[in-house]
Ligand binder design. Structure first.
Ligand code: SF4
Length: 179
């Protein structure tokens, strides 16, 4: 049975939640794979070896995201960028309109709801931000891209089913501007 892993990086978790919209089909899918890592369904911290298919949600916003993406790539035969954030940077990519220092200053010091009299910006418990948000393919090789915010669950199921049958999945050729 093929091993399926999922993970999330700089994202909102909505792509994972979209999987639940498969309803009963999700159960059928889960019968065909061994789920070995999935932050919404399992409490497994380590990324296991010998993954067949990895679905990665989210882009690269910090050093931890970068490390996880690289480890997934090392351990998975097929990597899928799952959702618009992973494919293009998505909503977190709006952070690229500002410098890293401007973001930290705003978030930790100057929002109306912030109380931080000592002006401390955490740098030990929080992974350092990367200079900008990057789509997954700027950091690791990606085999397939499933865009969408969140992705259409039926498309995700089709892609996974094709891969489980050893076939090349068909992805839509039209872009967002076409009818
Ligand atoms: Fe959330 Fe949309 Fe990004 Fe998925 S693509 S993580 S739903 S913002």
């Amino acid at each position: 049975m093929l091993k399926l892993a999922t993970t999330w990086l700089g994202c909102c978790s909505g792509c994972h939640i979209s999987l639940l919209d498969l309803h009963e089909e999700l159960l059928t899918l889960l019968k065909k794979v061994e789920l070995v890592h999935c932050p919404v369904l399992m409490d497994v911290k380590e990324i296991p070896n010998d993954i067949d298919i990895a679905l990665i949600e989210g882009g690269i916003r910090n050093k931890e995201n970068e490390e996880i993406a690289k480890e997934m790539r090392k351990k998975a035969k097929i990597v899928i960028a799952f959702g618009t954030c992973a494919v293009f940077g998505g909503v977190p990519g709006l952070g690229n309109l500002y410098s890293k220092d401007e973001i930290l200053e705003k978030v930790y010091k100057s929002t109306l709801s912030t109380k931080n009299d000592e002006g401390i910006i955490p740098n030990e418990e929080v992974p350092p931000l990367t200079s900008r948000v990057k789509p997954l393919s700027e950091v690791i090789d990606v085999d397939y891209f499933i865009p969408g915010c969140p992705p259409d669950p039926e498309l995700t199921a089709k892609v996974l089913s094709a891969l489980l049958e050893g076939k090349k999945p068909e992805l839509p050729k039209k872009n967002l501007c076409e009818e």
